[in-house]
Design a protein around this ligand. Structure first.
Ligand code: HEM
Length: 519
């Protein structure tokens, strides 16, 4: 510093320039040192490039897989830089639980990307809203109106009807043409969507007139607009997410797509809500989530629209993903396998069902006595988790995680896929092996054997519903039919981006195990 002052005293622009350069260099050195000190105890850093950080290494559309690979080099918790933001990625169940349970008070709020933020009207849905009074109120509504144990009891007939309809449709298809492989997804999706509408709106809907679209739209279009298009749009990437200081730069294509998708979703949901309101005005009361929300009369129209949409999409999506993967694993043709394991697996599940249920049709009451079925369900969630990356959380006060310091302002991403595929936690994790849940380490009644449903206060609210639907469906499909994949389908294990869907829908050859009277 003294040298700097001396140079300035000697005068002249050259000296001033030299002094300024010295200041810049000194500042840079001090800056780097303090950054290094600050980051000294941060989770290991994955090397990246200046300015963009690790963005270029995440070009492929399955970041959860890249994150899992990095965990083999940098450990279960590490830091990456995405453009402007530091992100801590967690790939171990233990550390994920620490983040979601023990450190909940410091790491609870979300940091949503543009698309998700706009589609959720800045976190107006339960799954991503920040903790506070709105969260408490909506969680209460969801549990009382739809997902809590008493509401679930009310909807038991709806679920039973879903099972009967599915089995009856499949039976008819098989009888009509036993040599043709059946499209599992079509049958399951239609019935699940019917259940989802019934729970949310009090009735199934075959079509609806949507004023903003100027026409009557079919049930298939309703599904497309409020489920499929929304799922795709939520995962749209906007480069401005990575460089917030460029948020003023227009991204017209992205903005137009999100605006259109959002407008169509909102128009359809509003039409559905208005139809229900008219029926209620005519004295028609039903047990449904919307009926409860309207009776409570505490929400704005915007909140009502968002929450009803949320209840429909959450019921209609992940349950299908999980059940399709389970049936795929069970249907893998044993003769095409290197080992005979799968033959034993399928036979074992059928045998368990026979022993427990005998001639009775499997029902939800049987589920606690079917441990192998439960293991099939959890092993499917482990290997094919429908939610592979949880929406980023924001650290709002500096805390520690796995012994490392995590600064306020950092984002934390839980890589469910990485936790479920960790070689340290699971023996041969790439193998689908339900037995691993029956080795005495896990309680049968434990619904959270893996991290797939999250943990702590924000754990999945729909666990009971999806477990009942998925397990009963798998058991009934196995009880009535034996399943076999088409030739060459054993290797079709790709999924769609982050959504977990099987890229190639399951087509299976079914043959009847027992005759059931047709109605
Ligand atoms: C296999 C199917 C499912 C999986 C794997 C799953 C997974 C998850 C996960 C991991 C979370 C926590 C997210 C986080 O902490 O960031 C979550 C939250 C949630 N899930 Fe699920 N879910 C499934 C099915 C369902 C269903 C069927 C519903 C409703 C019908 C549902 C409703 C919710 C709700 C409302 C939350 C937010 C809970 C809160 O924040 O308090 N889920 N789910």
């Amino acid at each position: 510093m003294e040298a700097l002052l001396a140079t300035l005293q000697e005068g002249g622009w050259g000296a001033v320039a030299a002094a300024a350069a010295t200041v810049v260099v000194l500042a840079a050195i001090i800056g780097v040192r303090s950054w290094q000190k600050e980051r000294a105890n941060m989770p290991p850093v994955v090397p990246g490039l200046p300015l963009i950080g690790n963005l270029y290494q995440l070009k492929e559309k399955k970041p959860h897989k890249t994150f899992a690979k990095w965990s083999e080099i940098y450990g279960p918790i590490y830091t990456i830089r995405i453009g402007d933001s530091f992100v801590v990625v967690v790939n171990s169940t233990e550390v994920a639980k620490e983040a979601m349970v023990a450190k909940f008070s410091s790491i609870s709020n979300r940091k949503l990307p543009q698309a998700f933020s706009r589609l959720s009207h800045d976190k107006m849905i339960l799954a991503v809203c920040d903790n506070g009074d709105y969260y408490k109120m909506v969680k209460h509504f969801v549990m009382v109106g739809m997902l809590g144990s008493s509401a679930q009891r009310q909807f038991r007939d709806t679920r039973n009807k879903m099972m009967d309809n599915m089995l009856s449709t499949i039976r008819k298809l098989v009888i009509k043409d036993p040599q043709v492989p059946q499209n599992f997804r079509e049958v399951f999706r239609d019935e699940l969507f019917r259940l989802s509408l019934t729970q949310s709106l009090g009735e199934d809907v075959s079509s609806i007139y949507v004023e903003e679209l100027g026409r009557e739209i079919s049930k298939d279009e309703i599904y497309q607009i409020i489920v499929v298009d929304m799922m795709k749009c939520v995962t749209e990437v906007d480069w401005r997410d990575f460089f917030p200081y460029l948020s003023w730069v227009p991204n017209k294509k992205f903005d137009a797509k999100v605006a259109t998708t959002e407008y169509r979703r909102t128009s359809v949901i509003r039409a559905l809500i208005n139809q229900r309101k008219e029926r209620i005005a005519c004295g028609e009361a039903r047990a449904s989530y919307l009926d409860l929300l309207l009776a409570e009369n505490k929400l704005t129209n915007e909140q009502l629209t968002l929450l009803v949409w949320e209840s429909i999409i959450e019921s209609a999506d992940t349950t299908l993903v999980a059940t399709e993967w389970a049936m795929y694993e069970l249907a893998k043709d044993p003769e095409k396998q290197a080992s005979q394991d799968k033959l034993v697996l399928e036979a074992r599940l059928y045998q368990e069902i026979q022993e427990v249920c005998g001639e009775d049709t499997v029902s939800e009451d049987h589920l606690p006595r079917l441990p192998y079925l439960n293991a099939v369900f959890h092993e499917t969630l482990r290997l094919h988790s429908p939610v592979s990356l949880l929406p980023a959380r924001l650290v709002h006060e500096t805390t520690t995680l796995a012994g490392y310091q995590v600064q306020a302002g950092t984002q934390v991403v839980i890589n469910v896929y990485g936790c479920n595929m960790s070689k340290k936690e699971w023996d041969e994790p790439e193998e689908w092996r339900p037995e691993r849940f029956l080795d005495g380490r896990f309680e049968l009644a434990d619904m959270y054997k893996t991290i797939s449903f999250g943990a702590g206060k924000r754990i999945c609210a729909g666990t009971a519903q999806v477990t009942k639907i998925s397990c009963t469906a798998i058991a009934r499909f196995m009880q009535e039919f034996s399943w076999r994949l088409g030739e060459g389908d054993e290797g079709k294990v790709d999924s769609v981006h982050l959504m977990g869907y099987k890229l190639h829908p399951l087509y299976a050859y079914l043959s009847e195990r027992r005759k059931v009277a047709m109605n």
